[in-house]
Design a binder for this molecule. Sequence first.
Ligand code: GDP
Length: 369
Amino acid sequence: MASDTARQFANPEMPGYVGFANLPNQVHRKSVKKGFEFTLMVVGESGLGKSTMINSLFLTDLYPERYIPDASEKIKQTVKLEASTVEIEERGVKLRLTVVDTPGFGDAIDNTDCFKSIIHYIDEQFERFLQDESGLNRRNITDNRIHCCFYFISPFGHGLKPLDIEFMKQLHSKVNIVPVIAKSDALTKKEVMKLKRRVMQEIEENGIKIYPLPDCDSDEDEDYKEQVRQLKEAVPFAVSSTTQTLDVKGRKVRGRLYPWGVVEVENPEHCDFIKLRTMLITHMQDLQEVTQELHYENYRSERLAGKAVPRKMSTGLSEKERIIQEKEAELQRMQEMLAKMQEQMRQKQSDDSRQATPSPTNAPLPQSD
Ligand code: GDP
């Protein structure tokens, strides 16, 4: 009996083996059990193919009941933010993916203020996280902070528009921006290269900091190094997307069918769709780390330095907690008022007594109690 137990807990074939080499497996098991959370934001003018790309990236229909407003509605429209969450499972690993769409971006006649609501939304998620972190139940915090923002650039211009530059400038210290050239099938290979060069040049000239893919460690394997090199080279990713599957010479491919041929979205010779997906999946952890260590820390230190919570920002408290907080604040106000009134009465009493008993000269001062 005793020897059975000994065999269960020790490894007689490997004396001196403590077993902490197994720690990574424990972390892995725990993470798989808990699942992963990721929030992606997509920004860009309507019609650039954002919804199509999100649906094709994650092979899901994230917007089953989408309503597209007509031009007259768009004139009055402000940017609305809509979060849709899906739980995707692949080989037992669960991913809770939230995609935040920004319909109305760039649609109005005057777009001066159209990124204000996006900044507000990002800050609100940081604030909620900050409140949750300092609350009682820190274990089960849902992380809704934006980990990555795909910024869609039109393929029809000659580079970035003033709106693109202004958006990225205002947001680059709050979120990981990944620039994407939309509908790249509208351009020839040469035109894509030209537009990419132009966009990168303008990004640099304007001091915009897009998400930097991390450098590889020297001991990383060669295939991985090559993959990262190609990903870095592909920025801004020029993508085409579709959710349609076609039959091309006996092969099932996801592609866009034109009279002159098929654009295969998952073919790296045709576009960067697969590179963008690889970037997102292989760097999900890094995108989360940069969000936590850079963007969230920026927000946190600003808040600790006394910057006020943005106006109308909800604090992430439940209705019950909010009522309790309000009652506590009211109680404190009443206590302060009471203390003030008591002080005034004491003052008045001592004044009255001084007037009632005229003190002879050189008489000792009244003793305070
Ligand atoms: P969103 O408003 O940015 O979400 O754009 P949608 O995803 O609704 O796409 C608008 C239109 O563009 C639809 O007719 C799509 O079929 C089309 N579309 C989407 N992706 C692409 C693409 O990669 N290339 C081309 N040429 N058209 C696309």
